[in-house]
Write a protein that binds this ligand. Sequence first.
Ligand SMILES: CC(C)(COP(=O)(O)OP(=O)(O)OC[C@H]1O[C@@H](n2cnc3c(N)ncnc32)[C@H](O)[C@@H]1OP(=O)(O)O)[C@@H](O)C(=O)NCCC(=O)NCCS
Length: 190
Amino acid sequence: MAHTLDPAGGLPAVWTGTNGRAAVLRALEPGDDGLLGDFVRKLSPASRYQRFHVGVRELPAPWLDLLTRVDPAREFALIALASDGERAACVAEARYALDPDHDDAREFALAVADGWHGQGLGVELLQRLLAHAHARGVERLFGEVLRTNTAMLRLANRSGFRVATHPADARLLRVTQQLRSPWASQRIAA
Ligand SMILES: CC(C)(COP(=O)(O)OP(=O)(O)OC[C@H]1O[C@@H](n2cnc3c(N)ncnc32)[C@H](O)[C@@H]1OP(=O)(O)O)[C@@H](O)C(=O)NCCC(=O)NCCS
């Protein structure tokens, strides 16, 4: 699959969904903990569980802090913002981060606000993660997906990921996309 987006991420950018609703996509910034916290709190319990694989109602402050401190050498994170009347609200978040066991691999995760499902935002965000990782020389991108998460498995499938069993957790499947040959000498660029 070709990933032709601007390597810098082409952000900020305006995205328009299949039903005409628009959102601004931009890189996640250190001061976004409030936006991100609200976004996670407003997800349905099912979506929160699918995203974090634990039953939390909201993210504890240290976890939120960790998610908003993005190290550009090892991670990439973006959010989608839309007006909820008076102010901007986060309606989606997507990221990849270093896999501590494999220097050349990155693990991705994303979530879209329940009211925004099915309009193409998941596809857009995953394509952006793939393009960014590809431009950075990441060897492979993978995600851990609950077996019951039909929407994410469908999204991964249509985005070119292979699905395999998880080595350690029977609840999960691992979806992987090889972005470059493991034998290539190219290193991950900061
Ligand atoms: C998975 C998720 C990110 C998809 O986002 P989205 O914006 O709704 O996805 P899109 O509109 O881009 O659609 C992508 C594909 O998913 C499918 N899809 C979307 N919602 C679906 C649903 N409820 N059931 C089945 N398939 C669904 C779409 O049909 C589309 O596939 P298709 O083009 O083959 O028809 C979203 O459902 C979500 O945030 N879920 C909760 C968090 C989560 O599961 N995160 C994944 C952790 S790795």
